[in-house]
Design a protein around this ligand. Structure first.
Ligand SMILES: Cc1cc2nc3c(=O)[nH]c(=O)nc-3n(C[C@H](O)[C@H](O)[C@H](O)COP(=O)(O)O)c2cc1C
Length: 337
């Protein structure tokens, strides 16, 4: 069998298949099943800035209340030593997973402001996180804000988090960044150990009866993986940090393409939520079979071989191929007379 061992964020992984941040990781048994299925590491569900702030407010209110000392009303509040908040829960869960698993555990922080929450990275490190994934789920909706200011926000958050922790930090980025390779180089300069491409922004829908905006969360499809594969192919060899893909990776074929483009790891989410943790074993087995049948001894051997720098048709990844693709289109039968 081909050797699947991979390096990511300086961590040694037994396989490049990694469940991305999702509710699956909330359940210890589910994470064990993912490890048994061959996951190389696990990214935990995120700890959200909003949750941390909410908890900080609750604690302040709790402290104020205790000082005021309303004996009757105190009965409605949890006793101070029973107060198990989101953060404490997360830390306990992380400690349990670190005790039970042998694969690396990557904690996830999700937020956009510089408002104190990043300090909690330190506690995640103390609880044993092998690395941190920072998801800056930011929609640049302010017309007065420049792209430079948006990018600076990422850099500042990273810099702040770097001051708190010494474990590797990777950033989960959206695709709507204008000069992506240059921005990633700047993140690398600021100390990022990796990037994960791309955050999948959930698109709010419009309800035509109530005329309200309604949230909608749909699973991805393999088609979405192509955007990620293209960018990884263009980044491979041009940046020094680790490269992960997330978004639209459902099959072994999707994963092989990402590895050929140069991804260090492939993150899976929708497919595992749809089919369960054991589906990862199927993807892994098909990856191994493909590598064997194409006479690769390891994933390292194929990694990046179809990247921009190694491809014999690099133009196919860029604008040069645009006209050819448009011209090669033929209308459906019966549409054009
Ligand atoms: C139900 C659900 C919950 C998710 N929760 C998180 C989260 O807490 N933090 C995060 O960074 N990404 C989260 N994601 C995004 C996934 O990690 C992943 O990046 C995204 O779904 C794209 O991968 P996919 O196409 O394989 O689903 C979530 C996705 C889903 C579907």
């Amino acid at each position: 069998m081909a050797d699947l061992r991979s390096q990511y964020l300086g961590l040694a992984l037994s396989s490049p298949l990694v469940p991305s941040s999702s509710p699956l990781s909330r359940d210890v048994d589910m994470v064990r099943r993912l490890e048994d299925a061959g996951a190389g590491a696990i990214v935990l569900h995120s700890l959200f800035e909003e949750e941390i702030h909410h908890e900080q407010e609750q604690m302040l209110r709790f402290a104020d209340h205790a000082q005021l000392g309303h004996a009757e009303a105190d009965g409605f509040l949890p006793p101070a030593d029973n107060y198990t908040g989101v953060m404490e829960h997360y830390l306990q869960h992380l400690t349990t997973l670190k005790r039970d698993l042998s694969i690396p555990v990557i904690a996830s922080l999700n937020g956009i402001s510089l408002d104190g929450w990043v300090e909690y990275g330190k506690e995640l490190q103390t609880a044993g996180a092998d690395a941190l994934e920072l998801n800056v789920y930011y929609v640049a909706a302010d017309a007065m804000q420049t792209s430079y200011e948006v990018e600076l926000r990422y850099i500042e958050l990273l810099t702040e988090l770097k001051q708190q922790v010494s474990i590797p930090i990777t950033l989960k980025l959206g695709s709507q960044i204008s000069a992506l390779p240059n921005f990633i180089l700047n993140l690398e300069d600021a100390g990022a150990s990796g990037v994960s491409l791309f955050n999948r922004f959930y698109q709010p829908d419009i309800d035509l009866e109530s005329l309200q905006i309604k949230p909608s969360l749909e699973y991805s499809s393999s088609t979405e993986s192509l955007l990620r594969i293209r960018w990884i192919a263009m980044l491979y060899g041009r940046v020094g940090l680790s490269l992960a893909v997330t978004g639209g990776f459902h099959t072994a074929d999707d994963s092989i393409k990402a590895l050929l483009a140069g991804a260090d790891i492939v993150q899976l989410c929708s497919v595992l939520l749809q089919h369960g943790p054991e589906y990862l074993a199927k993807v892994k087995q098909e990856l191994e079979l493909w590598l064997d049948s194409h006479e690769y001894e390891s994933v390292n051997q194929l990694r990046g071989s179809l990247s921009h720098m190694h491809s014999n048709d690099p133009a196919a990844l860029e604008r040069a191929n645009y006209l050819n693709v448009i011209n090669s289109h033929t209308a459906a039968i019966g549409v054009k007379r």
